[in-house]
Design a protein. Structure first.
Length: 116
């Protein structure tokens, strides 16, 4: 298991080494090639928001993390904090779990409480 500073198993994370990004980029390519953008409004469904779906795919397509312990992601607030404090994981930090980076992880990335 490759443990990130925040407690996530990197191998299970969609961001790890861009696994989710690859799939999302491929799906965006297929959508473009199929011409779906031109006809989706004619097949509009009240229970499906195509524009939000594409926005989500584009967001996922930008996800790529090399893994905290391997190289780190300088844009990640958890990585910035943990590497600065030189802790193996956030759980080893005296401010855990009541710190700004973990709060942002939960709120912005939709993550539950790490290590639980």
């Amino acid at each position: 298991m490759k443990l990130a500073y925040c407690g996530i198993d990197c191998e299970k994370c969609i961001r790890y080494k861009g696994r989710g990004a690859e799939v999302a980029k491929k799906l965006l390519e297929i959508i473009k090639e199929s011409g779906l953008d031109e006809w989706y409004e004619f097949a509009e469904r009240p229970d499906f928001d195509y524009k939000s779906f594409k926005t989500g795919l584009k967001w996922i397509a930008g996800m790529n993390c090399p893994g905290c312990q391997e190289a780190g992601n300088p844009e990640c607030p958890v990585w910035q904090c943990a590497s600065k404090r030189q802790v193996k994981t956030c759980k080893d930090c005296p401010e855990f779990p009541n710190c700004e980076p973990i709060r942002r992880l939960k709120e912005e990335w939709g993550m539950g409480n790490p290590f639980l």
